[in-house]
Write a protein that binds this ligand. Sequence first.
Ligand code: A3P
Length: 303
Amino acid sequence: KNTMSQESFQPFYFKGVKFDGNHSPVAMEMVESFEVRDDDVFISAYLKSGTTWTQQIVSLICADGDLSEVCKVPIQQRTPWLETLDRVKGTGEPTPKVLKDAPSPRLMKTHLPYHMLPQQAKDGRGKIVYCARNVKDVAVSWHNMRRMVNNIPCGSWEENFQEFMTPEEAYNGFWWDVIPEYWRHKDDGNMLFIKFEDMKQDLRGHVVKIATFLGRTLSDQRIDEVVANCTFSAMKENPATNFSRIPALQKAFFSKAEGSGLEFIRKGEVGDWKNWFSQEENQILETIHEEKMAGLDLTFRFE
Ligand code: A3P
């Protein structure tokens, strides 16, 4: 059944938060009561904050056998996206339903705000790896993503920036609501909170940290192998992670980007925002950032 053509992909609001049409309200309704297993892992991140990177790291840490084989399996298959309709198996069923019968350990991706996670995960069952990224690079990465994805509306940089800065208009919630909410749970027993910029600085250290959190013991050689497959260049060259290179997906989701040179795994840098922000935009953002992050003990590297 070709579910892609049956979906409207219109943006929608769920419990007051705006989502793009790749998410599914039907699936999201099922998330709260989703039955969590002790060995479940949720890979959670705000849009464009290192989700795929963390998915790759977690899935390779948890993989048995030959990593070069595992790396060929599309990342959506290894770590299904919880709040969507299943396009991996092509059933069109809500992913939470499909996952009911999936073998353990289940590794799942989510972009939901903390309060929309499965209740049992919030109560401490399973594990949550949360990756956050500095908000300026998130805004830029999101703009570039929208330039290439067919089913997400895209304005100019100025328009998208404006939208990003407006609480009711920002996709997946206002960054300054979502990240502080997760941060308040950083010391929960089943939560690991990591930052994109720290991973850039010390990838190996983070692979070890995540493995330890997940209760996995890997040999030094195995860790090296995981790291080698999680570098920016490895993930850019790999169509299973840089999935705009998969011809069928390119055609279905990214044809808007044809000829533009844009790819899903794009630059992966800290500080690309400097190529996009005007002085005025920077000022607007910094004012909000200072106000919203006051007293939060959460800082980000912007360059
Ligand atoms: P840029 O658009 O700044 O390049 P997400 O997976 O949450 O959508 O995040 C995508 C962003 O993470 C993109 O940022 C992408 O290039 C970056 N990224 C993915 N894998 C990476 C890696 N191994 N190292 C550094 N950045 C990576």
